[in-house]
Design a protein around this ligand. Structure first.
Ligand code: ATP
Length: 134
C-alpha cells in the first residue's frame, strides 16, 4: 500500500509549543470560515477566530482550543500562531466555567465602566474551552 501523505502541524503560542506532529488532515477556525487543510495545500495565510483546531492523527480526532491568531500553510507545513491554545487534556473546565460566569456577570451589570468588547471576547474564549472539553 502506498504511504499516506502527511503534513507537519505546529501550534504555538507566545509562551509554548502546544502541538507538533506529522498529521493527515486539520481543520482551522479561519476568520472567514473553517479551513480544511490536506497535504500539499496551496500556500495560505489566514487570521483565526476563537475556535477549535481539529486534527486527524492516528485514527483519532484531537481538538485544540485557540483564542485567535494566525495560520500559515506553506511547503506541507501548517503553522498556527495563537494568542492562547490548549489541547483538550490541558483545559481546566472549572476555570473556564468561572471565566464564563465572570464575563456574563460583567455584561449583565451593564455598568458604564465595563469594557463590553473585552467581556464578550472573554465569554467567547470560555465557551470555546468548555465546548472543546465536552
Ligand atoms: P481566565 O480569565 O481564566 O484567565 P482568559 O480567557 O482570560 O481566562 P487567556 O488570556 O486566554 O485566559 O489565557 C491566559 C493563559 O491561561 C494562557 O496560557 C491560556 O492557555 C491559559 N488558560 C486560560 N484559561 C484556561 C483554562 N480554562 N484551562 C487551561 N488553561 C487556560
Amino acid at each position: 500500500m502506498a504511504e499516506e501523505k502527511l503534513q507537519r502541524l505546529e501550534v504555538v503560542t507566545p509562551e509554548r509549543k502546544v502541538y507538533s506532529e506529522d498529521i493527515r488532515f486539520v481543520v482551522l477556525p479561519g476568520s472567514e470560515g473553517e479551513l480544511g487543510i490536506l497535504p500539499e495545500h496551496a500556500p495560505l495565510v489566514s487570521a483565526l477566530k476563537i475556535g477549535q483546531v481539529r486534527v486527524q492523527h492516528e485514527g483519532k480526532t484531537l481538538k485544540i482550543a485557540v483564542s485567535g491568531g494566525f495560520a500559515e500553510v506553506r511547503n506541507n507545513r501548517v503553522t498556527v500562531l495563537a494568542n492562547a491554545a490548549e489541547r483538550e487534556d490541558q483545559i481546566n473546565l472549572e476555570r473556564a466555567q468561572a471565566a464564563k460566569e465572570r464575563a456574563e456577570q460583567r455584561l449583565a451589570s451593564g455598568g458604564s465602566d465595563i469594557d463590553t468588547a473585552r467581556a464578550e471576547a472573554a465569554l467567547k474564549r470560555a465557551i470555546n474551552r468548555i465546548k472543546t472539553v465536552s
